[in-house]
Structures are given as C-alpha cells and as structure tokens.
Design a protein. Structure first.
Ligand SMILES: C[S@@+](CC[C@H](N)C(=O)[O-])C[C@H]1O[C@@H](n2cnc3c(N)ncnc32)[C@H](O)[C@@H]1O
Ligand code: SF4
Length: 387
C-alpha cells in the first residue's frame, strides 16, 4: 500500500469552455460561444460539481484556484463574483490563496479587470501570443497589437501587480528578430511573469489540416537561446520549460502540478488528481468534455466521464514527467511525500540518467542537467515501465 505522511497541497482548476472564436492552433477544450453563454446555469453546474467532490478533500485548504479555458474573461463580473463568493463559503479560502483568471485581450478593458479584482481574482494570465499584427492575423486571433498593449496597461491600471503574459514563438514565417521584439515588448510592459511557449502543431486543429510554414529547428534553437538570454537579462528567471518569473512571482498553481500535488478539476473536461491517504490510493478523474453534456449531468454521478486509480509505475512516471520540467529539479523527499513510495523504487533509472549526464542526483536534490532539459523525452523514457 502507498504510504502518505502528510496531506498534499491542494489546488482547484475551473474550466471555462467558450471563446469568441476558435484559434486554428488550439487543441484546448474550447468552443466558439453560442449567441448567449448560459452563464448562470454554468455557475450552478460548477458549484454542483464541486459539492460532489468535497467529501474526498474534507478539511484540506485550497492553496490556489486557476480559472482557465477557453476564455474565462468572457464571464460577467457578476457571474464571477457569485462563483467566487460561493466557493469561499464552501471551501474557506486561506489568506494567501492565489486566484488566477485567464484573459483574452480582445475581451477586456480596465473597468472589467477592476471588477474581476474586486470579486477576488488576484492574478491575471493574459493571452497575448504576439504583438505583431500580421502574426496575430496568421494565428486567427480576435485582437491586434493595440488591444494586446491595452490589456497589459489595463491590468496595471486595475491594480494587478501580479499578472502573466502568454507569448508564443516559432510562429508562421517568424524570424528571430521578430520573436525577440515580441519578448522585448512584453518586458517593457513589466509583467511579473512571462510564459513563452514554442508553437506546436497539434493533431485535430485547423493548423494540422493546413500546416503553416514555421521556422526550421536550427532557427528555433537559436531563437530560444537568445530569448532565454533576453528574459534573464531583464530579471525573469526561468523555472520551468516555458515559465519565467520575477522574484516571488512564480505561479503557485502551476508549481503544484509540476510538484505533483493534488488538484480538483471542475468544468467541462477538467481533470483532477486526489490522494486518499487512509486508503493508500491516488485517483485521477475527468469530467464530461462537451459543454452541453456537462451542463446536463453536473450534480449527478454522470458528470464524471472517467476515473482511474494510478498504479505504482504510473505514479513514478507521472511524478518525473512533471518534476523534471522544473529547472531547479526537486527536493528528493518530495518523491516519497507525493507518490507514497520510497525514492529507491526509481534508483535504477536515476542512476542511469546520471550516467548519461541527463540529471544530477545530489543528496537532497535531483536536478536535470542542461542536456537533460534539452532531451527531456530521452530522460523520461528511462522512467517508462519495462514491457
Ligand atoms: C488555454 S490557452 C488560454 C488563453 C486564452 N484563451 C487566450 O488564448 O487568450 C493558454 C495558452 O496556451 C498557449 N497555447 C495554446 N495553444 C498552443 C499551441 N498549439 N502551441 C503553443 N502554445 C499554445 C497560448 O499561449 C495560450 O495563451
Ligand atoms: S482564445 Fe485561447 S483557448 Fe480560445 S481558441 Fe484561442 S487559444 Fe484556444
């Protein structure tokens, strides 16, 4: 049986499944919004969904909430206020709770941000992608450069000192100078955090069916290296594959995923992972993916589309898939605390990874080397169960 000595940190993810328009590169569970979004029914459904989850996490404080999507900034401030005040009543928020809302620059203005803040949101994540009008059109975005700039200024104006800007690089036809110009523009807007993702072409997206021409691997490599230098010089420390933060501004919600903490997921398609120490079990579950099906089933057992207990090998591999994304690696005690198994169960792959120069196994820390970070798949392969 797995053995857990202390409760794991617990987060809450809330999925908002609608957007103004579907972007051609996006494979998230997001759908073009109907004429009117059934917001009141959706908030009721989320609350009913959460109530069913509560018995499994009774008495455990929620350290962070992330409202992602989709485009949750399409919610009315009143709807968001109702959601958060009910959550506060159900869960009892600790004073330091981090509450993030994802926002699309095409859907916001300062007044709206101020109202979101009054409702309890204390961190924004704004999907900028690029500041280049031509690139934004190629990405099918609903906003241009001016709205992107305005969104960051509105975040400051509404009193958010903690916000993230999402940018992507490796865009169709993008040259290195253009990617670096995007980063410099983002830095000039003084966000606390920057997420800098390489554009990937995901199956079942419009881009997969009609692939755009993206930069060659060698160009991407140099772009990434120079981008990292630009961010570091401006005081943004890389702490995960795509995440860069100023001192004290690392995203606690995402860190909890990467450190293999527990999380509840409510909303269409949301995933959760909960440790049940008394039973020595870790269980994953996921909700109905289609918004209408979700609305129809929330509050009943049928809202859970699937559930799976994680076996010992899954736990070891999933822990590594998350924790080895962290640039500083992890405290070796975390493995036992968050998987319920002693670190010795992965001694062999750890030794092998060390021999191959992919990680450093220090007495109290396990840290991927630069080679390990560059060949993360090769490193993770070592933790795959043998056939
Ligand atoms: C779930 S999206 C939500 C953000 C918000 N809906 C928006 O787009 O403005 C989170 C972020 O993932 C990134 N992303 C989405 N699809 C991607 C892809 N195919 N490759 C790389 N990054 C992607 C984008 O930077 C996006 O802002
Ligand atoms: S706005 Fe964001 S979530 Fe919606 S389709 Fe575009 S990238 Fe995906």
């Amino acid at each position: 049986m797995l053995s857990f000595h202390a409760p794991l940190p617990l987060s809450l993810y809330i999925h908002f499944p609608w957007c103004v328009r579907k972007c051609p590169y996006c494979d998230f569970n997001s759908h073009e919004a109907p004429g009117t979004i059934p917001e009141a029914a959706y908030v009721d459904a989320l609350l009913a969904d959460l109530q069913q989850e509560l018995p499994a996490v009774w008495g455990r404080p929620i350290q962070s909430i992330f409202i992602g999507g989709g485009t949750p900034s399409l919610m009315s401030p009143e709807g968001l206020e109702r959601l958060l005040s009910q959550l506060r009543a159900l869960l009892g928020f600790p004073p330091q709770i981090e509450i993030t809302l994802e926002a699309n620059p095409g859907t916001v203005e300062q007044q709206r941000f101020a109202e979101f803040r009054a409702a309890g949101v204390n961190r924004l994540s704004i999907g900028i992608q690029s500041f280049d009008g031509e690139k934004l059109r190629a990405l099918g975005r609903i906003h241009g450069r001016a709205e992107a700039l305005r969104a960051a200024e509105a975040a400051h104006g509404a009193g958010f000192d903690n916000f993230n800007l999402d940018l992507m690089f490796g865009l169709p036809g993008q040259e290195e100078a253009q990617a670096l110009a995007d980063l410099r523009q983002a830095i000039a807007l003084a966000p606390a955090h920057i997420s800098w993702y390489q554009l990937t072409i995901e199956p079942n997206t419009a881009f997969a069916h009609a692939p755009p021409v993206v930069p060659e691997d060698e160009v991407l490599w140099v772009m990434q290296e120079h981008g990292q230098e630009t961010l570091a010089a401006a005081g943004y420390v890389q702490y995960e594959v795509s995440a860069y933060a100023r001192e004290g501004a690392r995203c606690r919600h995402n860190l909890n995923y990467w450190q293999f903490g527990d999380y509840l997921g409510i909303g269409p398609g949301a995933h959760g992972k909960i440790t049940l120490p008394a039973e020595g079990r870790v269980v994953r579950s996921w909700k109905q993916r289609h918004p209408q099906k979700y609305l129809d089933t929330a509050g009943s057992g049928a809202v859970v589309a699937g559930r799976r207990e994680l076996g010992r090998e899954d736990l070891a591999l999933e822990f590594m898939m998350n924790a080895l994304r962290l640039r500083e690696g992890f405290d070796s005690r975390l493995f036992q605390e968050h998987t319920g198994m002693p670190l010795t169960v992965v001694s062999r792959p750890l030794e092998r990874a060390q021999e191959l120069g992919l990680l450093e196994w220090q007495p109290l820390r396990i840290v991927p080397t630069e080679r390990g970070r560059n060949y993360l798949n090769e490193l993770l392969q070592l933790f795959m169960p043998e056939e």
